[in-house]
Write a protein that binds this ligand. Structure first.
Ligand code: HEM
Length: 466
């Protein structure tokens, strides 16, 4: 295997004269690569390290891209020289009509920074602690419904169920108890919009800006979502009651440096970005957790022993998280293996040097998170599911940027603590209530890498009461 783990320049280093050109691949390899990518994108992405090393230039979807696979390179782009990289890239431009300049796809610079400063406090630990009860309440409702509606032998299609669970949690967190009234309608509207987005990612043509019936419906859906936010705010202004939800935090949030908050238009965008950011990522993550736990009985036993020992049958709280250590290790190992946000992109503003290679200005950079999480230099037997990799001893031996399910640096996931709290609490409650089993005929699951890394055809599990 080629290795390019060369020195990492200091943040202010300019590209040196000795930097070499990023190796490209031949036309034949490109054609074969595109074919392999269509057939099994993530497998192709993972094999890249063995075939080409840690840095390679490819041409995909008509664009030149520099693919990075090494922790030091991720650190360079996302942290040490992050000012030099923005999101003015193919990936984010394609979905701009939906994200509308909101936090996820904002190009960068001062406009992004200002909004991040306004929103960040709403996602800090004490706020997330306050949202934890929404997570356990909604999970409790789902568990009881599963117990009522399914027999122990039923193979439940968990993806749909978990999509609903995660959406309920996000909506309740954003809009509080009011989500009950008209909530189901707005949930199904969002799901429809998300399906349209999924179709678009399968075949990103025609662009979302073209006035096709599908795109017009998407715009209508966005309009309905915006209208819903306005309506909740209007009702609250009329009632004059105090609310303790995420929407209130966002409405009241101000940039400490300027004292200015968000305009109603910005608020619409950020509410939708928050729902988009937290929906598919988390629901797929929980589905993968059920799959992995259900196919690894020894992990399940240890998980249940911890959950039973810490909780003794009661509903978990935010304060229990620090004692649910193994549960968290299972979550982390799932996030490594089936990392929901399996790719991201950046564009270099000026030239840079990464791992001894010259990165020209305005290069498209593909951050190959999926391959990074299976890089054989940092993950022995990379395809094996082994939560022990996240024991404090093993974590201390690895570079921090070998594992970046939530990105890194200033543009890391704003919902990271929210998501980790959610995943750990939901897993603990599922392990407490059920013995999870994946029927033999559903053990073979393939990936469907669209917006996130979905399980193709869903995940089917038997949930046996404990
Ligand atoms: C398992 C769950 C999740 C995963 C794996 C995940 C992953 C990520 C990653 C990798 C990024 C950085 C992308 C980049 O660098 O280009 C990101 C950004 C973001 N995520 Fe998440 N996310 C998750 C859950 C959430 C949740 C629950 C929310 C909101 C409640 C959220 C909202 C956002 C937003 C708004 C950004 C953009 C931040 C910025 O650029 O300032 N995510 N997420």
């Amino acid at each position: 295997m080629k290795s390019t783990t060369a020195m990492n320049p200091s943040p202010d280093a300019r590209p040196s004269r000795s930097a070499t050109r990023v190796p490209g691949i031949s036309l034949r390899e490109q054609v074969e690569g595109m074919r392999a990518m269509r057939k099994n994108q993530v497998d192709y992405l993972a094999r890249m390290i063995a075939v080409y090393g840690d840095v390679v230039r490819i041409r995909a979807f008509g664009v030149n891209m520099i693919v990075l696979n090494h922790p030091d390179h991720f650190e360079r782009v996302l942290v040490r020289n992050h000012e030099n990289y923005d999101k003015n890239t193919l990936l984010f431009r394609a979905v701009e009509p939906i994200l509308r300049g909101g936090l996820i796809g904002a190009v960068g610079g001062e406009p992004w920074r200002r909004r991040r400063r306004i929103m960040q406090p709403a996602f800090h630990r004490p706020q997330v602690a306050g949202f934890a009860k929404n997570m356990t309440d909604e999970t409790g409702l789902m568990v009881r419904r599963w117990e009522r509606e399914y027999s122990e032998d039923d193979a439940i299609d968990v993806c749909n169920e978990l999509g609903q669970l995660v959406l309920r949690i996000v909506f309740r967190t954003l809009f509080g108890a009011e989500v009950g009234e008209g909530g189901e309608e707005i949930e199904s509207i969002f799901v429809e919009g998300n399906q349209i987005m999924g179709q678009f990612f399968q075949l990103p043509f025609p662009p979302l800006t073209w006035p096709t019936p599908r795109n017009r419906r998407l715009r209508q859906i966005i309009g309905i979502m915006d209208g819903y936010v306005d309506e909740v705010i209007r009702r609250r202004d009329e009632e004059g009651e105090e609310h303790h939800d995420l929407l209130t935090l966002l409405v009241d949030g101000v940039d400490e440096e300027t004292g200015i908050g968000m305009t109603p238009v910005q608020l619409h965008r950020e509410v939708l970005n928050t729902i988009i950011g937290g929906y598919e990522t988390s629901s797929n993550a929980i589905a993968w957790l059920i799959y992995l736990v259900g196919t690894h009985p020894h992990v399940q036993e240890r998980l249940q022993a911890e959950v039973d020992g810490v909780l003794g049958g009661r509903v978990p709280t935010f304060d229990d998280l620090q004692r649910l250590q193994y549960t968290r290790m299972v979550v982390d190992e799932m996030l490594r293996l089936y990392t929901p946000a399996f790719q991201t992109m950046r564009r270099s503003i000026e030239a840079d040097e990464i791992g001894g290679y010259h990165i020209p200005r305005k290069s498209n950079i593909y951050l190959n998170i999926y391959a990074l999480h299976r890089h054989p230099d940092f993950w022995p037997s990379p395809d094996a599911f082994d939560p022990e990799r996240f024991s404090p001893e093993q974590v201390a031996q690895r570079p921090r940027h070998a594992f970046v399910p939530f990105g890194s640096g200033p543009r890391n996931c704003i919902g990271k603590h929210f998501a980790l709290t959610e995943l750990t609490l939901v897993l603990a409650m599922l392990a407490q209530a059920f013995r999870m089993e994946i029927p033999e005929e559903h053990r073979e699951v393939q990936f469907e890498p669209l917006i996130t890394l979905r399980p193709k055809g869903g995940i089917y599990a038997r949930m046996r009461r404990r």
